[in-house]
Write a protein that binds this ligand. Structure first.
Ligand code: FAD
Length: 517
């Protein structure tokens, strides 16, 4: 675009902010970073879920944490809101400007930055908008890698740390928020603070799992470990839910580096057909596995697949077979239902991206995603199975359904995220795609029924990546942690200008802090 045209547009952006939010003085340095380009505004108005919309006044491309701080200070004075957008992979508009309100989206991904790796300290400093895939690539240059992951790596560091960041490593390493040493954060008052367990610890714990409510993460110091070279990846099938969960729970309880696995997940199979799903093409096309050939004895027609990995270095290649054999003997899966593959570590971690490319090529990626993620306490997972997998779901799922347990003692209770009050709880993730309006209505209705079932049966499940529309629901979600969440909000973002798309607090333009407390 020609310079002159860009200047006109930028001036327009500033004027639009001035006119619409009644803000009189925006720092001139910010002007060159604001865009009102239609395609950018449009892109920042939607997310991966495609279920909500919220149009910002402008999109900011920051060059530094100080730029963000200036914008937040302007918003603090001027009565508009600010939402950091990582990679826009939320489902329900969490990273958007709340519909019908005025605000600016900060495109965190427009700046890149994986800083140098500290080999001695075993950590790396990264820009908050950086994608995990780039963190992995950079740290592998040093033979190191982060320990806790998400299944998909095209998510931003700030975006996953604002939730928890979980995958099959969480049972041992905890979520990603348990593997961070230090953060730089721009608070809702526009201060730039460095925080850690030792310094500004209230802010540190507030921001981790804090749904973007307390500050914008501009730098995270991530813990690293020596990166393994290869991964042995196993899947085994169960027709009996009690045996499946018993084995999963046993595996997450194993201690000792030699015996312990590196990744434990699982999924539910209720559809007829192949047991592949978009998350990963695992079963070889030349050897397709028909559910109908396995589920003759299936409990309620549902099968469960346990998947786990063992990482290793090339020099351990001779012993890995024996280690896996010794472990499989202890498990109670359907005989002869063992599927094994072996691949480089980076290919394993980046496995979902391959599936993404396939779906994109068929036009099946950019469709609505009415996803639902729940943490279900261990004591009620059997009831959940009966009521949901063998009840509400029917025999058509429209996408993967993950289920795996985690140990609560790996979750720091000072962080903002809430989990069930039991030592072990399960993630159950319904990752479904709606290819038309009818499917969207059907799946959304099913989600509502699942939540109602949990409520009626008093399962005490907690939503992960939560979505509610009233403050009462948010108060119920946080339970006895609500007072702390609220007081942290008053401390770090008293004018409630940050991440309004989460819809936790009402945003009042122009109201002053005291009036709102
Ligand atoms: P966005 O959607 O852009 O933002 C999410 C929230 O965080 C918003 O409120 C936003 O304002 C806030 N935010 C963003 N950046 C910052 C920042 N720098 N500082 C403060 N607040 C910020 N989650 C898992 O835990 N495990 C998984 O395996 C997993 N797999 C996924 C696979 C796919 C295909 C998708 C679409 C999502 C998956 N998720 C998973 C969920 C994902 O972690 C969350 O949706 C996450 O918020 C997405 O990151 P993002 O960078 O796109 O954040």
């Amino acid at each position: 675009m020609k310079m002159a045209v860009r200047l006109v547009l930028l001036t327009f952006a500033i004027c639009r902010l001035i006119v619409t939010v009644g803000f009189t003085v925006l720092p001139t340095e910010l002007q060159s970073q604001l865009s009102v380009d239609n395609s950018e505004v449009e892109a920042a108005s939607v997310d991966f879920g495609m279920l909500d919309k919220g149009e910002p006044l402008a999109v900011m491309h920051p060059g530094s944490a100080d730029d963000i701080a200036q914008l937040v200070r302007a918003a603090y004075e001027g009565g508009f809101s600010v939402s950091a957008r990582g990679h826009g992979h939320s489902i329900n508009g969490q990273g958007l400007i709340k519909r019908g309100t005025k605000g600016v989206v900060i495109d965190m991904g427009s700046k890149k930055g994986v800083g140098s790796v500290c080999e001695k300290g075993m950590y790396v400093d990264v820009w908050g908008g950086e994608l995990w895939i780039n963190v992995l690539k950079a740290t592998l240059q040093y033979g190191l890698a982060p320990m806790s992951w998400t299944d998909y790596l095209y998510l931003s560091v700030g975006g996953t740390l604002s939730n928890a960041g979980i995958s099959g490593q969480a049972f041992h390493h905890g979520p990603q928020i348990s593997n961070v040493h230090q953060l730089d954060v721009v608070t809702g008052k526009g201060e730039v603070l460095t925080c850690s367990e030792e310094s500004n610890s209230e802010l540190f714990h507030a921001v981790l799992g804090g749904l973007g409510q307390f500050g914008i993460i501009t730098r995270a110091r991530i813990a690293l470990e020596p990166a393994p070279q290869r991964v042995r990846w196993i899947r085994v099938l169960y027709s009996n839910f009690a045996k499946f969960t018993k084995d999963q729970e046993y595996l997450i309880s194993v201690e000792g580096n030699k015996e312990r696995l590196d990744y434990i997940e699982g999924f539910v199979i209720v559809d007829e057909g192949l047991i592949n799903n978009w998350r990963s093409s695992f079963f070889s096309p030349s050897n397709p596995v028909k559910i109908s050939s396995l589920n003759k004895n299936a409990d309620g027609g549902v099968l469960y697949c346990l998947e786990f990995t063992k990482n290793y270095h090339q020099h351990q290649a001779d012993s890995i077979d024996q280690e896996i054999e010794a472990l499989l003997i202890k498990l109670d899966f359907i005989p002869a239902s063992v599927f094994t593959t072996d691949l480089p570590y980076v290919d394993f971690l980046d496995r979902v991206h391959k599936a993404e490319l396939k779906l994109r090529s068929k036009g099946l990626w950019e469709v609505p995603h009415p996803w639902l993620n729940l943490f279900v306490p261990k004591s009620r997972i059997v009831d959940f199975d009966k009521g949901v997998f063998k009840g509400i779901l029917g025999n058509k799922t429209s996408g993967p359904i993950l289920i795996y347990p985690m140990n609560k003692d790996k979750w720091d209770q000072r962080n903002s995220v809430v989990t069930p009050e039991e030592d072990v709880f399960y993630l159950v993730a319904f990752l479904r795609s709606a290819l038309d309006d009818e499917a969207l209505e059907y799946l959304s209705d099913q989600n509502r029924r699942i939540l109602k079932f949990c409520n009626d049966a008093e399962i005490n499940a907690k939503q992960y990546l939560p979505h509610y529309t009233t403050q009462q629901e948010w108060m119920d979600h946080f339970g006895d942690r609500w007072d702390q969440f609220y007081s942290r909000k008053m401390q770090f973002d008293p004018r409630r200008i940050l991440a309004t798309g989460q819809r936790i607090f009402e945003f009042h333009p122009h109201a002053n802090a005291n009036a709102m407390q």
